[in-house]
Ligand binder design. Sequence first.
Ligand SMILES: [Zn+2]
Length: 106
Amino acid sequence: MEKCLCLGCKEDFERRGNVPGQKYCSRPECQRERKRLWQKEKLHCDAEYRSNQVSAQGKWTTKNPGYWKQYRAANPGYTACNRRRQIMRNRQRKKSCKKRIAKMDE
Ligand SMILES: [Zn+2]
């Protein structure tokens, strides 16, 4: 079997023969990271996937009203952290808009 370095935990693992190009070991946290990055990429590039996700989340929220309100009440740390992150995301968005505008002048 071929040994290679896991992109998640940076440790050696043996590639499974049935998974060509495997870059993550089978640890749950590494698989979670792989899935997270896959979804991030997919959301960025695939408009249909993105709209499916939005509609699925909408349906879920309708079925589970008040979930996020309760979650925020039970996890004040999450709320504070998310607020800071949203400020960063908004800044990033502004920056990337400026970049696009600058490119149009070239
Ligand atoms: Zn790993």
